[in-house]
Design a protein around this ligand. Structure first.
Ligand SMILES: Cc1cc2nc3c(=O)[nH]c(=O)nc-3n(C[C@H](O)[C@H](O)[C@H](O)COP(=O)(O)OP(=O)(O)OC[C@H]3O[C@@H](n4cnc5c(N)ncnc54)[C@H](O)[C@@H]3O)c2cc1C
Length: 493
């Protein structure tokens, strides 16, 4: 429509709007290449909050849907149109660090900055964001991570999800109105220093919303000094390794804060698979290894504290089937790579790159309580056994858990899913099998955080929410977005 294009050009500048096929098709898919390509009608790249608000007002005027996008790394179809057409709003032009405040110990950024760029800047001052965002943090941005409750880019065991340390947000509502939350909600508060106050936690309403309720344009996050001491150890772990890993994590948590920064369990199938990926430095010595791997990184303020905590942590590992690999990268110490060489951000990119051309991840990653990890591992095995013939007939798909990541005090992120092949003849079955595993996991109480299209619809299809909860969500959505402009289709809303 000529008038829409013209209005968008007037709002953000003609060089930042396009309706050309070669641009719109570039936004028709995310990393989720199992889903059908759905090109938007327009792509816009606003440069400021006011421009985002102007786009939303135009969208309401012409009743055109808008999907916000950061790095586009959502693996479940969240950052592309679910329904055909509409406006794809790319936030990555808004990527400035606005203020690093060492008096309030916060950083304020535009939402389109990547986690890596932000943490590189903080690192120069000896600080970090605690949780470093998702494992995709070299391309994923702060707005995307906060919309997913991301974890995995480092620091998840110590700091929880990246949403736990948000102090304030600036949000453009679906109607185009702009609000500030946290300390910034009052005109009398001079600086964003605290999220909780002034009544209900409206910051929380927009965290993990998967782009459903508003467009985050700025965020203020707590920052932490990076402790001077750290340790990084990698072990082989005896079978049943899921059970042993869960026992270790629970035993650590029952001892209180031991300074664990990250910890992951990599099942045997993953260890065997990774032996082929020789571009991940610490993996070479694993060649021939027939055991699952478990690792941790730990931080401390003093050498004494580090030694004391390590003694407790290592003893618990030993009692639960762990044998330490050597301390260096050349010994296979992947924990060291993660902490000292940004392995937390390189890991997943290497992994998927290594699977070969045409492979597609059909993730079913989700949160579980620590003690449930062995149970859910067993359920995934049962699901695989029941579907093995279909998986084989569909190109020989692999399925299972790749990693489990300790996340916050109570939770483990279970990275389960399927590995499929991007061929026309497999597409229908890829989707069917993906949906089937998602629904099994939801019925087993899984808590997805990157809900995108697949999980948000799965939650409704499986009737996971009771009627009152879903009605409440619908009412909130309707109150904020009366014209159903923002991200239509998620949760079938
Ligand atoms: C190699 C790789 C590794 C990954 N590792 C992890 C991991 O360790 N942990 C993890 O949690 N995830 C991981 N992911 C998934 C994903 O990258 C992350 O969840 C990431 O946080 C998404 O950020 P993004 O900027 O790419 O967001 P996008 O994919 O662009 O968007 C994500 C969702 O948020 C919405 N959105 C984006 N920006 C805004 C905004 N400003 N306001 C409101 N809504 C918005 C979108 O509509 C979409 O629904 C990985 C993905 C890849 C490809």
């Amino acid at each position: 429509m000529v008038s829409v294009l013209k209005a968008l050009e007037d709002a953000v500048g003609s060089e930042y709007v396009s309706d050309k096929d070669f641009i719109t098709y570039a936004y028709a898919r995310g990393i989720d290449s199992a889903l059908p390509a759905n090109p938007p009608e327009y792509v816009v790249k606003p440069g400021s909050t006011e421009e985002v608000a102007a786009v939303m007002r135009i969208a309401n005027q012409y009743k055109i849907p808008v999907v916000p996008r950061g790095g586009g790394c959502c693996l479940t179809g969240g950052s592309k149109p679910i329904e055909k057409g509409g406006i794809l709003l790319d936030t990555t032009r808004m990527h400035k660090v606005l203020n690093i405040d060492l008096n309030t110990l916060t950083v304020t950024v535009e939402a389109g900055i990547t986690w890596a760029e932000l943490n590189n800047k903080l690192n120069e001052l000896g600080y970090y964001t605690g949780n470093l965002g998702p494992g995709s943090g070299m391309s994923a941005v702060v707005g995307g991570g906060l919309s997913h409750h991301s974890v995995g880019g480092g620091g998840g065991a110590k700091y929880g999800t990246c949403t736990e340390h948000v102090v304030a947000l600036e949000v453009v509502l679906p109607t185009g109105h702009i609000i500030n939350t946290g300390a910034n909600a009052s005109v009398y508060t001079k600086e964003p220093f605290c999220r909780f106050g002034f009544g209900p936690d409206l910051t929380g309403l927009f965290l993990g919303d998967n782009g459903l309720l508003g467009i985050k344009t700025k965020a203020t996050l707590e920052i932490f000094p990076k402790p001077p001491y750290h340790a990084a150890k990698t072990f082989t772990i005896e079978e049943p390794s899921a059970e042993n890993a869960a026992k270790i994590w629970l035993a650590w948590r029952r001892r209180g804060d031991l300074g664990i920064y990250d910890s992951q369990w990599w099942p045997l199938i993953m260890v065997l698979g990774l032996q082929l990926l020789l571009d991940v430095p610490p993996i070479k010595p694993w060649v021939g290894l027939q055991k699952a791997v478990f690792w941790y990184t730990m931080e401390a303020e003093t050498e004494e504290q580090l030694e004391a905590n390590m003694k407790i942590v290592d003893q618990i590992c030993k009692e639960n089937g762990c044998t330490e690999l050597g301390p260096e990268l050349k010994d296979g110490n992947i924990a060291k790579w993660h902490y000292e060489e940004q392995g937390h951000w390189l890991n997943w990119h290497s992994l998927w790159g290594g699977m070969g051309p045409g492979s597609i991840p059909l993730t079913t990653e989700h949160h579980q309580a620590i003690h449930r990890v062995p149970y859910i591992s067993k359920k995934l095995d049962e699901w695989e056994a029941a579907h093995r013939a279909e998986l084989d007939a569909n190109g020989g798909m692999q399925t299972g858990i790749s990693t489990a990541i300790l996340c916050g005090h109570t939770t483990v992120e279970v990275d389960s899913g399927l590995l499929g092949w991007d061929k026309p003849e497999y597409r229908k079955k890829n989707l069917e099998l993906w949906k089937s595993q998602i629904e099994m996991l939801l019925r087993e109480g899984a808590m997805p955080y990157m809900v995108g299209e697949m999980f948000s619809k799965g939650l409704i299809d499986t009737e996971a929410f009771n009627g009152t909860y879903y009605a409440f969500l619908r009412d909130v959505k309707k109150a904020l977005d009366p014209n159903r402009i923002l991200s239509p289709g998620k949760f079938y809303l």
